[in-house]
Design a protein around this ligand. Sequence first.
Ligand code: NAP
Length: 292
Amino acid sequence: MYDLIIIGMGVSGISGAIYAKRAGLKVLLLDHSAPGGTLNIIPEIENYPGIDNISGPDLAMNLFNTVNKLGIEYKLEEVTDVILDNIKTVKTKDNAYQSKYILIASGRKPKMLGLKDEDKYIGNGISTCALCDGAFFKGKEVAVIGGGSSAVSEALYLSKIVKKVYLIHRREEFRAENTLIDKLKQIKNIELILNNEVTSLITDNNQLIGLKLKDRDINISGMFLYIGFIPNTDFLHNTALKLENGYIIVDSNGETNIEGVYAAGDVTKKEIYQIINAASEGALAAINISKN
Ligand code: NAP
């Protein structure tokens, strides 16, 4: 029996675990894959206080080192179901764990465009991770889709590796931060295609060779999608947790509508999805849990 089970080993989950462990709680961290969550697909972080510049995977590794240094128990198992009675039960494929409190910090995953054959070409021409796959397109032409901070920062990253980046956005105005847009304007091998959308993939012999847009075709070898996210809440199907568009609603203490169940980070409904507030939300939830 644990005091606290934390689902997700991204920034918010690990921050929560650090505070819970230091408060003397018996904590278990669970994640289905590598610790770090979304950090693992961020090439560069330049807006975290005290750190000039760090890659997402390096920050993830630092967080994981802290988990080990503090002796926080963790298991790499995918959570498939939770039962949120007075005692909470968290089920994975092979095991079930119980605790008094739960902190859901399961993050969110990239959204896809929904094009015909899109799934077939993921990992073979289509990617949601420039950091992971950018090197495969060295010297080639690629497209980045989206107009938020992710699309712009990944287009900037890719422009250093590939021959040319088409940044395709469905509107005229970007959602991205101004500092990123200012940088974008200085890069010669990024072509902006605005007010346009991808309507289908152009393939040849099982290779992605281009994109059909609303009013033109472009030749590319790779397409990087940064069109937003879907929260990872599938494992909550048997609960009465209050969600909005799949995101968990929490109060100012980080608690959900079910007593003893907290949530933090990108899986929650909020205005700002930044590393800095993911960290603070995880810590806040753990502090409130430890006060109970
Ligand atoms: P986002 O801000 O939600 O932007 C998603 C973009 O994709 C929007 O421009 C949207 O267009 C476009 N889009 C959505 N569905 C589409 C579709 N079906 N077809 C074509 N385009 C579509 O997502 P994000 O850029 O991943 O950012 C998420 C959060 O992380 C934000 O809070 C952001 O500030 C933060 N972030 C920060 C940094 C940083 O350096 N500080 C870096 C990355 C992310 P519309 O604009 O027309 O809706």
